[in-house]
Every structure is written in structure tokens, then in C-alpha cells.
Design a protein around this ligand. Structure first.
Ligand SMILES: *Cc1c(COP(=O)(O)O)cnc(C)c1O
Length: 412
């Protein structure tokens, strides 16, 4: 047991927070004491409702179909570039926003896997870890069945995550594509994304990184780390709203290869779509990842939130994120051992993402009671309470108040 931070300590941290003004620029939720689910569904940026109303009245309601030419047609790449610069460390022209995360994962993973086999027929293995998010595992299973590929599983510690050594051991002359999460959805473990990518490349493989839990909370340097591809959610730390279309990054060196084709060949990803010609010809560049009509309405809140992230700066956001999780760890570490709560997340700052998972056998029931009192973490079976401390929208006092409620519900 160490000295417990007081509520005044938390207030002091808020007063000294250079991003405090940003936290004040989110919609305040009636009756919510502490929102610890910004890693599942980020809060709306204030003014989103008004912007959507203007959109319905003007862009859609008055400009009507003319808006496609005036603006919308380019939104997948334009919004993609915003994600790329604000969150992914990606130079323009390599990121698009389109489809759900699951659909984009399918399109990009299959494109990469087919490419690998086309170049070298021995490369029939998809490598992934057992604690990857369910959708990632299921998509890989489906592609393996569809294309006659083999899944090679890396067994990881669910309280930590995949290591460089484990990846080095798993890859070789049969490796097609490695699919890993940059930040693990359960523990918050930050994978060694640069060195792992280099190790996979040395073995002749390609890597698809899932950025659902890193985009907007942990800096990504996709270009510098020589990433091949990434897919991630835009409704978590990027505050795009429920079901906001996801982002996909594809490194420029992989564009326009005749062997690298995404499988859903729709007209909006075709060259000159309005010529309505026979035969599919990819549009070229990252536009080729688009299939059908872009989900324009779903990009609207996201674009607003991305501009805010851009302005705050991802390095500053990361610094605040670490301070928030530092505070949460200090609070939990000061709880009496009899309370029975353990931490199932990395403690080392460099390994720690934007969320923490605590474990206790009663957390399922505790979580339900917390939600009733406006303290909103999420429960992850079998006994995990996940605290997603979205750095732009969460205050230090919120962390303190929320954890005080957790302790109280545990009878401590
Ligand atoms: C949230 C999440 C998803 C969700 O995929 P959707 O298609 O948006 O439902 C996928 N992968 C990871 C790692 C996630 O955290």
C-alpha cells in the first residue's frame, strides 16, 4: 500500500493540464460522473449536433446531389489524410475512410494474403495472436477457409501482449501476412510496432496492424516504422460516433501492384466510375480500397473530432494519457490488498496504452451497479473491468471520482 492520491491532487493535475480546455469542448453528459469507455465509444465533440443540422439543411438539403461533385466524392481520401496526419504518422495519399473495421480488415487482409501467395506460393500462413480482438480472429479464419491458407497462432499472456521474440519465432519462409493489434484491446499492451514490422519483413512477410486502440491515444509512426498496412476504428479514441466508418492505411510502395487487389471490386473504387464501363479497373492509389458509395453522414462527426485532435497534437495527448493512467494506478495501488483487485495491464509506461484493466471476481455485478450511478467503465469477461481513459475528454477528477465509486461498490 502506497500513499493514496487525494481528490485535491487530482484537481491540481486538472489545473495544470495543458489539454484541459479540450476536455471542456466535449458534450457534457447529464448524470455521468465518470466516463471510462472512451476507448469503446468516444464522446461527441461539442457542436457536432449543430454541424449535422447544417449539413442536413445545406449540404444535403439544398445542394442535394451537387454536393457529390462539390465535396463528398473525395471524402474517403480527404478524411483518410486527416486520420493519417492526426493519428497515424502517414504522409497523404495512403489512408482512406470507408466501411466498418471488420469489412476493411477483410478487404486489406485478403488483398495482402493473395499478393503474398501470388509472389511466392509457399507463403500460405496467416500469423496472429490468440488475444487478438474477436473480429480480427474471425476474419482471418474466414479468409484462411476461403483461400486455403493456414492460421498460425501466437499464444500471448492476456495481461500483457505479443512480444518481438514471439513474432520472430513464428515467422519464416511460409509467412504470408501477420495480423496484430498495435494496442491490445484487453490489457492495453503497446506492441513493439517498429521492430516487429522489421522482423516480419526480414522473414519476407507483410504486417497488417490493427489500430483500433492506438489511433488517437498512442502515437503511430506508420511511415517511419515502414508499416505495410493498418486498419482501425474511428469511433473509439477518434470520436467519430457509433458506427463511424473505419480507416485503412496502405503504404505507397504497395499501391497499384497487379497482384495486390482488394476483393470487393465496386464501382466507387473503379477508375472513372461515371463512365459506367465494362470491366473493373482499379482507381489507383488508396482509392482502390473503396468499394461502394462512401458513408458521408458517418464521416461528419469524425472530421470535426480529427481537427480537434490535430490541434491538440498526438504527442501531447499521449503525455496526458500516461498521466491519467499513472493516477489510476497510484489510486488502485493504494487500495488495501483485502479488496482483492489486481491490475491486468502493463505498468511500464512505454508498454501501457490508453486503458487499464482491473480484475476482481465481482466485477460483472459491480459494473452493472456503477452504470446505474453514472460511472461507466466496461466489463470484459471473465472478471475484467476496463477503464478507457480517453485522454482528450477525460479529467483527472473524473478518474478519482470514478475509482472512488469502484472501491465503494466493492465494499472497501
Ligand atoms: C473495436 C474493435 C473492432 C471493431 O470492429 P467493428 O467492425 O467496428 O465492429 C475490431 N478490432 C479491434 C481490435 C477492436 O478493438
Amino acid at each position: 500500500m502506497s500513499t493514496a492520491p487525494t481528490r485535491e491532487d487530482a484537481q491540481r493535475l486538472d489545473a495544470a493540464d495543458p489539454l484541459a480546455a479540450h476536455a471542456a469542448r466535449f458534450e457534457r453528459a447529464e448524470g455521468v460522473v465518470a466516463y471510462f469507455d472512451g476507448n469503446s465509444l468516444g464522446r461527441p465533440v461539442a457542436g457536432t449536433a449543430e454541424e449535422m443540422a447544417r449539413f442536413v439543411g445545406h449540404d444535403w438539403g439544398s445542394r442535394l446531389i451537387r454536393s457529390w461533385d462539390e465535396a463528398w466524392m473525395g471524402w474517403p481520401e480527404e478524411t483518410g489524410d486527416l486520420v493519417g496526419s492526426a493519428a497515424l504518422g502517414a504522409a497523404p495519399g495512403q489512408t482512406v475512410v470507408a466501411d466498418s473495421t471488420t469489412v476493411l480488415l477483410y478487404k486489406v487482409l485478403r488483398a495482402l494474403a493473395d499478393h503474398q501467395v501470388a509472389v511466392d506460393p509457399r507463403r500460405t500462413e496467416l500469423v496472429l495472436d490468440t488475444d487478438n480482438f474477436p473480429t480480427d480472429r474471425y476474419v482471418a479464419e474466414g479468409i484462411a477457409a476461403e483461400r486455403g491458407l493456414t492460421l498460425r497462432w501466437i499464444d500471448v499472456d492476456p495481461a500483457a501482449g505479443v512480444t518481438l521474440e514471439q513474432v520472430e519465432e513464428a515467422v519464416g519462409p511460409r509467412t504470408g501476412v501477420v495480423l496484430l493489434s498495435h494496442v491490445a484491446y484487453r490489457s492495453g499492451w503497446v506492441a513493439d510496432a517498429g521492430p516487429i514490422t522489421a522482423a516480419v519483413h526480414d522473414a519476407g512477410g507483410l504486417v497488417l496492424w490493427d489500430t483500433c486502440h492506438s489511433a488517437g491515444s498512442v502515437p503511430v509512426h506508420a511511415d517511419d516504422w515502414r508499416w505495410d498496412a493498418a486498419v482501425g476504428c474511428d469511433y473509439k479514441y477518434l470520436n467519430g460516433g457509433p458506427g463511424a466508418p473505419a480507416h485503412a492505411y496502405l503504404a505507397r510502395r504497395l499501391h497499384d501492384l497487379p497482384t495486390l487487389r482488394q476483393p470487393v471490386q465496386g464501382w466507387m473504387g473503379r477508375r472513372d466510375p461515371f463512365l459506367m464501363e465494362q470491366g473493373y479497373v482499379p482507381a489507383g492509389g488508396v482509392r482502390s480500397l473503396v468499394s461502394g458509395t462512401p458513408p458521408v453522414v458517418g464521416m461528419l462527426p469524425l472530421r470535426r473530432a480529427l481537427r480537434m485532435l490535430q490541434e491538440a497534437g498526438i504527442e501531447q495527448v499521449r503525455e496526458k494519457s500516461l498521466r491519467l493512467t499513472d493516477l489510476a494506478l497510484q489510486i488502485v495501488d493504494a487500495w488495501p490488498a483485502e479488496l482483492g483487485v489486481t491490475v491486468a495491464s502493463p505498468r511500464e509506461r512505454a508498454r501501457r496504452g490508453g486503458h487499464l484493466t482491473l480484475r476482481h471476481p465481482d466485477f460483472r455485478e459491480v459494473n452493472a451497479r456503477l452504470w446505474e450511478r453514472g460511472v461507466i467503465p466496461d466489463f470484459r469477461a471473465p472478471d475484467g473491468l476496463r477503464l478507457g481513459l480517453a485522454p482528450l475528454s477525460t479529467t483527472f477528477v473524473e478518474v478519482w471520482d470514478g475509482l472512488a465509486a469502484v472501491r465503494e461498490e466493492l465494499g472497501g
